[in-house]
Design a protein around this ligand. Structure first.
Ligand code: ZN
Length: 350
């Protein structure tokens, strides 16, 4: 995911993703007028995302950067459990900015006596069928793009659009967060399915692609919200064990297997808190060899979403992994403990 920083506002970096750059460059070659419209759109999207981010920062949520993708903007924020009021104001800020911007453009147009082209003339202009006044063209675009972006985001209550987040925040004020997320998820998928069917009946390929993208976005976001919520319900600090079964480096494989049997474990750390062997690693080992020859190096895990943590165990084929908090190893997590806690939390809260 290569992207370039193009601006930095209020300590938030705005980055252009390479696919977006490619998209704009190809449009400049194919249709310069569309490229102008698209550039204006990306400026407006940046400001829209920036509005979300500034409200987030005000409410103490860390925003790292805004990445401009061909399908829109994405503010990268720290993963945390949002309070419903925070989510409400954050989601509302983007469309609110667009409506205010559209209003200011309208005022400007009135004062200077500029024309506002309808979207139909816009179409003709794009195809070069009529002559246009450039300043009028720019302000018309600024007006329509802001209006469309604000309305599309706010009035369709489907996650991942802002309207969907506003809906979830509303629901979460009166009910459990996971229930609110689930209901908002159903509403989103219903609306997106409707959009998908509409696009098929009207042969609208762009709407079809947007709907597919929204469906994927909605699924991923609902799932992630549920996961983050589950993690907050589990006392992760309780899962962290101070110690893990350990043996010295100069031990033979035979002795290591005996230790595993005695301590009823399938994994031992060798010499330190990083090198380890599992019973699987020793299946074909020479029993009179040093166990150190079969040791592997563990990549410590961080407390994040449970699916990410479980993936890390799977990828390393490990049962116990060192845990890192703020770049410091603070103890160990056992895969068994993690899956048991997840199962219980799901039974209770999902
Ligand atoms: Zn938004």
């Amino acid at each position: 995911m290569r992207s370039w920083k193009i601006a930095s506002i209020s300590g938030i970096d705005i980055e252009l993703h390479w696919t977006t750059l490619l998209f704009i460059i190809s449009l400049i070659i194919l249709s310069p007028i569309s490229a102008i419209v698209l550039t204006l759109l990306f400026i407006i999207i940046s400001l829209h995302e920036l509005s979300h981010s500034i409200v987030a920062k005000r409410r103490g949520i860390d925003v790292r950067r805004i990445v401009l993708l061909p399908i829109g903007g994405m503010a990268v924020m720290e993963e945390s459990n949002l309070k419903p009021e925070d989510e409400f104001y954050m989601a509302f800020a983007g469309p609110a900015f667009n409506f205010i911007f559209a209003g200011i453009v309208l005022l400007f147009v009135q004062l200077l006596g500029l024309p506002i082209y309808s979207m139909h003339t816009w179409d003709l202009m794009m195809n070069g069928k009529i002559n246009i006044e450039w300043l009028g063209f720019i302000v018309s675009n600024l007006f329509w793009l802001n209006w469309l972006l604000g309305a599309f985001n706010l009035f369709i209550p489907a996650i991942p659009m802002d309207g969907g987040r506003v809906l979830r925040a509303f629901l979460a004020m009166t009910m459990d967060y996971s229930k609110a997320t689930r209901i908002a998820g159903y509403v989103s998928k219903f609306l997106i399915a409707f959009m998908l069917m509409f696009s098929i009946f009207t042969f609208n390929i762009i709407l079809f692609l947007i709907a597919i993208f929204l469906w994927i976005g909605a699924s991923a976001e609902v799932e992630q919200a549920m996961n983050t919520h589950l993690v907050s319900m589990i006392n992760m600090k309780n899962l962290i064990k101070k110690r893990a079964p350990k043996i010295s480096q100069k031990i033979l494989v035979k002795k290591a297997l005996e230790t595993m049997l005695k301590k009823n474990t399938t994994q031992l750390f060798v010499g330190d808190n990083i090198h380890f062997v599992t019973v699987e690693d020793l299946v074909n080992a020479n029993k009179n060899d040093y166990v150190m020859n079969y040791a592997r190096i563990a990549r410590p895990i961080e407390i994040t979403r449970p699916d990410v943590m479980i993936n890390s165990f799977m990828a390393q084929n490990a049962e116990i992994l060192p845990v890192k908090i703020n770049d410091e190893i603070v103890g160990f997590i056992y895969l068994d403990d993690l899956t048991r806690a997840m199962k219980l939390a799901k039974m209770l809260y999902a």
